[in-house]
Design a protein around this ligand. Structure first.
Ligand code: PMP
Length: 356
């Protein structure tokens, strides 16, 4: 039996994606060749890249709105520096929301490029909420935020309306819920949560914001060069892009973001209801900011830890231990996780209450 996989990323993907990816490694498109041995310039792979780029925009509702989708290597962490390189002027300024470890990693990179204003931070409260009531300097070159804080289990529910470009790291909740994606100048996300295997990041760029900061940008870090080369400036990560395409196709067949959002809300409701009901557990994130993707919670006493862990193992639940900076447990319920897996976890939590 397959495990109930709560890993934070790399993580669960739809079973059909695993099966079709495996098939493509053996015999891609009935070509009697593996996807791993064909040229990235071959007709068959160019079609994969084109469809993946178009489908990403279609699912986000950004088709025909001046956006381009790229699949780049280097992960989300590469975008921590590519965003400022492409958008911050020499002696410029950028505004950042410090809502977690990944946000602060993005801030660290931005500081190499210019003045980096932290407009709000929840660091003092171990990032248990998303900072609010912040104001963004009107002369900033852009504002950067993180839509979902994977480690701390918080999620931005609202995004400001701005006259400057808004850049968002959506690594851990892209394609999971409806947002007005046209508010953003750049959206980026490492593939390895809701999209595909590790090895590529989706970057969605509004073309009109590029080319304005007067910097000389090294070619591989220049969004405009990647756009011009149709996301094939160099050899792209072919297999992660192909598996991402399969996941995007799966999502489209399911009904796109509106359909998956309903399922994701049902999963999150089920688990948070149990966390709040069961006296043995407590959530770590403030209720209003709770993430639908990563639910973080603690046991009331370490006395039950061994029993609970043994019960999780017995139920085939893996990947639940929390990140070391929060402790306890973190249930990552990405798009591909079925409701049934959350039901199994909730049953185990109830059983623990009955047992101790
Ligand atoms: N941002 C967020 C919100 C993340 O969750 C992660 C990884 N877990 C990263 C950035 C870093 O991604 P990568 O490892 O692809 O660089």
């Amino acid at each position: 039996m397959k495990k109930h996989n709560y890993s934070a990323g790399p993580c669960i993907l739809p079973q059909e994606v695993f099966e079709k990816s495996a098939q493509a490694i053996l015999n891609f498109n009935n070509s009697d060749l593996s996807i791993l041995e064909i040229s990235h310039r071959s007709k068959d792979f160019v079609a994969v890249m084109e469809e993946a780029r178009a489908l990403a925009l279609e699912l986000l509702g950004l088709e025909g709105k001046g956006y381009q989708a790229l699949f780049l290597a280097g992960g989300a962490s590469m975008e921590f520096l590519m965003a400022p390189y492409n958008l911050m002027r020499e002696n410029g300024k950028a505004a950042y929301l410090d809502s977690g470890t990944w946000a602060s990693a993005a801030i660290k990179e931005a500081k190499f490029f210019g003045e980096t204003v932290i407009v709000g931070s929840s660091k003092e409260q171990n990032y248990n909420h998303v900072p609010k009531d912040y104001s963004i300097p009107a002369d900033a070159d852009y504002f950067h935020c993180t839509s979902n804080n994977t480690i701390f289990g918080t999620q931005m529910k609202e995004f400001p309306d701005l006259d400057i470009p808004m850049v968002c790291d959506m690594s851990s909740d892209i394609f999971s819920r409806n947002i007005d994606f046209s508010k953003f100048g750049i959206i980026y996300a490492g593939a390895q949560k809701n999209m595909g295997p590790a090895g590529t990041a989706l970057v969605v760029v509004k073309e009109e914001i590029l080319g304005k900061n007067g910097r000389h940008i090294p070619s591989m870090l220049d969004y405009a060069k990647h756009i011009k080369a149709e996301s094939m400036y160099n050899t792209p990560p072919v297999f992660p892009v192909y598996a991402s395409l399969l996941t995007l196709q799966w999502l489209k067949n399911l009904g796109g973001i509106p359909a998956i959002e309903k399922i994701n809300n049902a999963k999150a409701d089920l688990l948070y209801t149990e966390i709040d009901r069961n006296p043995l557990f407590k959530g770590t994130a403030v209720v209003e900011d709770r993430s639908t993707m990563n639910a973080t919670f603690l046991l009331d006493t370490p006395l039950h830890t061994d029993t609970f862990n043994a019960m999780l193992k017995e139920a085939g639940i893996v990947g639940l231990p929390g990140h070391r900076s929060v402790g306890g447990y973190r249930a990552s319920m990405y798009n591909a996780m079925p409701l049934e897996s959350v039901q199994v976890l909730v049953e185990v939590m109830k059983d623990l209450e009955n047992r101790v």
